[in-house]
Design a binder for this molecule. Structure first.
Ligand code: B16
Ligand code: MG
Length: 231
């Protein structure tokens, strides 16, 4: 039986991709870079610094600014993003998530958060979900963000649970790579093609029930065990 479920935040618990997009778009516009919604897909699950690097690279400006200027750009984007997420409230919790968190709690399953967002605690408070989490990884303390496994591994370490007894849930390509490399069972929410490396893919969080997790776990739990030769 699994002992913990580690959640990504953006795209799994709530969806603030549009707020990230609006804030990055405002900054990009000032720099003469046109940002499309398609390009925004490549920023999902990617941390702030790497997102800005990708945007500057899109505009051919990756070598044009000093560290100090980059820090000012990041702050400018984040200040706008913070004003936008002020409107986030419990109605913005994605379908099924509230029920799942309650069911995990009543079944004594530990709940962790492995988000790339430095704004995760604020978002969870706005959603009224902060107290549902047994642990929240602080991404500013990590050496390597997603797609490296460190965010998910750290969540397990903070909970004192081995990753082989953990399920990770993600909506982004980079996040599924991170979960797989941490040797947890990976569940992707969203697009089949983007999430094709996940152990199991669901269309929407509304399909994410405690019974479904049990079913997936029982079906896939042996994925990392070494096959025993029987001849
Ligand atoms: P911040 P997740 C990620 O959240 C977002 O998907 C990504 O678009 C964003 O750049 C990143 O957080 C960093 O966010 O600027 O708030 O620190 O999907 O890992 O929960
Ligand atoms: Mg995400």
């Amino acid at each position: 039986m699994f002992q913990t479920v580690i959640f990504d935040l953006d795209g799994v618990i709530t969806d603030t991709a549009d707020f990230h997009f609006k804030a990055w778009q405002a900054l990009a516009k000032k720099l003469g870079i046109f940002l499309t919604e398609d390009f925004n897909e490549h920023l999902k699950g990617v941390d702030r610094t790497e997102s800005l690097r990708r945007i500057l690279s899109l505009g051919g400006l990756e070598n044009d600014f000093s560290k100090e200027e980059i820090a000012v750009f990041e702050k400018e984007k984040n200040d706008l993003y913070i004003t936008l997420i002020d409107q986030v409230n419990p109605k913005n919790i994605l379908p099924g998530i509230d029920q799942l968190l309650n069911d995990l709690r009543s079944n004594n399953i530990k709940i962790g958060l492995a988000s790339a967002s430095r704004n995760a605690p604020k978002l969870l408070r706005n959603l009224g979900l902060y107290n549902h989490f047994d642990t929240i990884v602080d991404p500013s303390t990590l050496k390597n963000g997603k797609p490296a496994p460190e965010t998910f591994e750290t969540a397990c370490q903070q909970l004192g649970v081995h990753s082989k007894y953990a399920i990770g849930i993600e909506d982004a390509y980079s996040g599924i790579q991170a979960i797989n490399d941490s040797k947890m069972l990976s569940i992707g929410i969203g697009d089949l093609q983007t999430l094709k490396d996940a152990d199991y893919i669901l269309n929407s969080t509304s399909q994410l029930t405690f019974d479904k997790l049990l079913e997936i776990w029982n079906d896939k739990k042996n994925k990392h065990t070494i096959p025993v030769k029987t001849d």
